[in-house]
Design a protein around this ligand. Sequence first.
Ligand SMILES: *Cc1c(COP(=O)(O)O)cnc(C)c1O
Length: 390
Amino acid sequence: MNRDDFLPFALPSVSEDEIKEVVDTLRSGWWTTGAKTKKFEADFAKFVGASHAIAVNSATAGLHLALEAIGIGPGDKVITTTFTFTATAEVIRYLGADPLFVDIDPQTLNISVDQVEDALKNHPEVKAIMPVHFAGQACEMDELLALAEEYGVRLVEDAAHALPATYKGRRIGTLGDATVYSFYVTKTIATGEGGMVVTDDDAIAERVRVMRLHGISRDVFDRYTSDKPAWYYEVVAPGYKYNMTDIAASLGLHQLKRAEAFRQRRELMALRYDAAFSELPVRLPFVKRPDDIHAWHLYVLRLQTGELMIDRDRFIELMAERGIGTSVHFIPLHRHPYWRDTYQLDAADFPVAEQVFAECVSLPLFPAMSDADQQRVIEAATAILQDACG
Ligand SMILES: *Cc1c(COP(=O)(O)O)cnc(C)c1O
């Protein structure tokens, strides 16, 4: 098989608009944070309906800044899901605090509300909850917000999968204390590397803005356009270097305009997969509230391994042999040596994540895929699964 025949798991969609904007930025000489980043922030805030959007160079940076801004520090605990990427939890460690991992809901694969409640009851050191809107489907936000209120803790949402998702008709980004999006190259809109912190809380926004760029009280662009002398600035904290470049924002400006079209394409493809696989020994992604917008970052199939002669790993190998890239979301964090050994985590405490991990596989689902590409995935998966039924 030659390389051209391989369908990768994910690829970004780029149009002439993004390319022209990047070239314009390169020619302008202003490559770092400037007018284009400001415009991207303003457009993004409007898109999600939030007061503040602060652009950063990754969602990991944004999650770190959001937790810093709500005052997470040594001795604190933050509740999060084991069924996520390590970035969600590592930022808790950056601040010297400790994650408290809980299991997931067996249908949505989002953080289990019951487990969050138990963790809050048993651990008074908890200062925040960090849910992840898995695959682009919103978590149980009413319940999580009520628990946050009852126990006096903050809610920081990892929305790396969730642009543009809604919860009971409201856009994600306007519900918790802060919400963080990712524009990593595989995500629903991409800037190569990038992220956005969204909040309605003025104090959080102010702190994130300052800490994003060295703890300087005004960002570089303001410094060069305000009437204060250009050389003057004040450092008010030991901040970070997390600002977004105008090169990345050039991509983001146009990707955001296409976000709804991308989502519609993803949804259409998800529905096609559902229809194609409905009679096979697999569990389809569960959609909890069909009236809400699902961002469909991922299409996660669960193989009914009890009815199959192959396991998930073998399925992935067979798909690769047919020239199709797949992935696994996620290897639960309690299985990784660092998290397991540091917090003495026992797989028996995460039975749902364990079960789902054994059977889950993510299929290619991206707007740049053609209908023929998707048909190839459907035919390959169908043939492999039918063979495996014996
Ligand atoms: C991709 C991802 C991140 C990290 O995003 P970056 O922009 O790469 O830092 C965080 N959380 C989840 C759930 C992700 O999928």
